[in-house]
Design a protein. Structure first.
Length: 557
């Protein structure tokens, strides 16, 4: 009885919201006169007749309204209804009603998401099969609309979509200090970039962002012309953790970027790059906890998702934007109006983050992110890597190889250095050999104490190549029917490919994109530093030592 009363009350409230002001005022006037009679234990006939005259109703109608008010106890019960069938009432036979619900279940509530017209066709066929007159399309639509919306979405779109649309968000991430929780995510930038030389389109870049939840400071970011990978995560984490003064100076950026230090916990999604051995081992090496979001639940990364949306909204003001979708873009010629190169856009993005975003009052904080960082870091000690130069290597991808007398072989390329001599006394022992996909001119053998030995090409005449170029060369050689592929063939194929790309640079967007990837990698990718005591005089003369954080904002493979 109580449950029925609750449902009746809810239905009355909904009715009250739907009626116009004049009808609601009529119900209110009725309530003022009838409520004393409804609340009385026994109605006085004279009083009922007097109220009926004032309301302009018959005595019988007045008694019915008093009874209804006693049962529902709400003013909505006194709203006059139009003549004819009540809203929601059904006049179809039980057999047809069962047919409708059966067709809706078997045809409409399916992952293929058939149209209403197709479902109605199935319903007509089902009715004719049992010699019944098909109902109208309006009747079918009414039955479907009466089904719980969450159930419809779950059956037609899937549980994950239903969860995303209808799950209540309870609370938020609570932090007490900077770097307690850091979020990392990727997005494809809504902007087309151009080649430095030809100023022709090379497509859209990827952006990797690192955000501190407590202060909303951007700890680091990385632009790339390749999809997210373990290397892009390593570079973004390195920039977030290490000081960024040299990085800013190289790009002529005067705005301060005071963030640096190891996070306590990193929140990431379930992308393959976050499940790589390199990322998991690098975090474990430095005592950083990894927390993975539940699959298909972007709300758990709400802070960085909102930041991505904010930055994309500002980027859409730049020439060459693709906007958020085709409808918004309209007839805007994104490729024709593109004019920013990779390096130019990187600097613009850095100025946008370090300028307006860090210095505008954040609605959730009540102050600017940079002010929150300065205030929150006063009087506390943040963790920093002991070896800043080797920090990036701890996150680089690796393979296990045995060190032999002729050195180490990786990607069918031979690497050799005299510093490997003391490792030859461990026959059959596999060592972790780390590599930078942007520059395969040297690999790094990890020692038991965590230090690394830099091992260059065995043939120092070889030019630096990227892993991407290496894979393209091997694929080309395989297509030519080569069964065995040696080091000489790989480098010869890469030289030929580079010549073809340089020639096609002005004609083909894919060629321009590949050329820019190679140029960015070679121009801005310093080689990671060997362990202390492993730098020979020849090495010292041949390579320049990179400053902390200098490898973070460059193209990756």
């Amino acid at each position: 009885m109580g449950e029925a009363r609750v449902h009746s009350s809810i239905g009355s409230i909904q009715t009250a919201c739907d009626v116009d002001d004049a009808t609601w005022e009529l119900a209110t006037n009725r309530s003022a006169l009838l409520r004393p009679l409804a609340e009385a234990e026994c109605s006085n006939a004279l009083e009922v007749r007097y109220v009926a005259q004032r309301l302009g109703l018959s005595v019988q109608h007045t008694y019915r309204l008093i009874k209804k008010l006693r049962e529902e106890k709400t003013t909505s019960a006194l709203i006059p209804h139009a003549r004819g069938p009540r809203l929601g009432s059904r006049r179809l036979s039980d057999a047809v009603e069962r047919l409708i619900m059966e067709v809706v279940k078997k045809s409409y509530l399916q992952r293929e998401k058939p149209t209403l017209t197709r479902v109605y066709r199935h319903l007509c066929e089902a009715c004719r099969a049992v010699d019944r007159k098909p109902p109208s399309m309006k009747a079918l639509r009414a039955r479907i609309n009466a089904i719980d919306l969450k159930k419809q979405v779950r059956r037609r779109e899937g549980p994950a979509v239903a969860e995303a649309h209808f799950h209540q968000i309870k609370g938020s991430l609570e932090t007490t200090r900077p770097l307690e929780i850091v979020q990392i995510d990727h997005t494809k930038v809504d902007l087309i970039l151009v080649d430095d030389v030809t100023r022709c389109s090379i497509g859209r870049p990827w952006l990797t962002l690192v955000l501190d939840v407590h202060t909303r400071m951007v700890l680091g970011f990385l632009l790339s012309l390749e999809a997210p990978s373990a290397t892009s995560v390593a570079l973004a984490v390195a920039q977030a953790v290490l000081p960024k003064d040299t990085w800013r100076a190289e790009r002529l950026i005067e705005h301060s970027w005071p963030t640096a230090g190891l996070p306590t916990c990193i929140h990431v999604d379930n992308g393959a790059e976050f499940h790589s051995r390199a990322f998991e081992r690098g975090c474990a090496q430095h005592g950083v906890e990894i927390v993975y979001r539940p699959p298909v639940t972007p709300r758990y990364g709400g802070h960085i998702e909102r930041l991505m949306g904010t930055l994309m909204g500002r980027i859409q003001c730049l020439p060459g934007t693709t906007f958020s979708n085709v409808q918004v873009r309209g007839d805007y010629a994104s490729e024709a109006r593109a004019c920013l190169s990779f390096r130019e856009f990187e600097r613009i993005l850095a100025l946008e983050v370090l300028g307006p975003y860090h210095n505008e009052v954040h609605r959730s904080l009540g102050c600017t992110p940079v002010a929150r960082w300065v205030e929150a870091t006063q009087g506390i000690s943040l963790r920093h890597p002991v070896d800043e130069q080797g920090f990036l290597l701890d996150f680089m991808p690796f393979q296990e190889r045995v060190v032999r007398r002729d050195g180490v072989r990786l990607f069918n390329i031979q690497y050799q250095d005299g510093a490997l001599a003391h490792l030859l006394g461990r026959p059959g022992t596999k060592m972790r050999v780390k590599y930078d996909p942007r520059n395969l001119s040297a690999v790094f053998v990890e020692l038991s104490d965590g230090d690394h030995i830099r091992v260059p090409y065995a043939d120092l005449r070889r030019a630096p190549i990227t892993l991407w170029e290496h894979r393209e060369a091997v694929r080309t050689l395989r297509q030519e029917g080569r069964r065995s592929i040696d080091e000489h063939a790989i480098f010869s194929a890469i030289v030929t490919q580079r010549a073809i790309l340089d020639e096609a640079r002005g004609r083909n967007r894919q060629a321009r994109r590949k050329t820019v990837r190679r140029e960015v990698a070679h121009a801005l990718t310093p080689e990671p530093v060997p362990a202390e005591g492993q730098i020979t005089e020849e090495d010292d003369a041949r390579i320049a030592l990179p400053p902390p954080g200098a490898t973070s904002g460059v193209e990756i493979w």
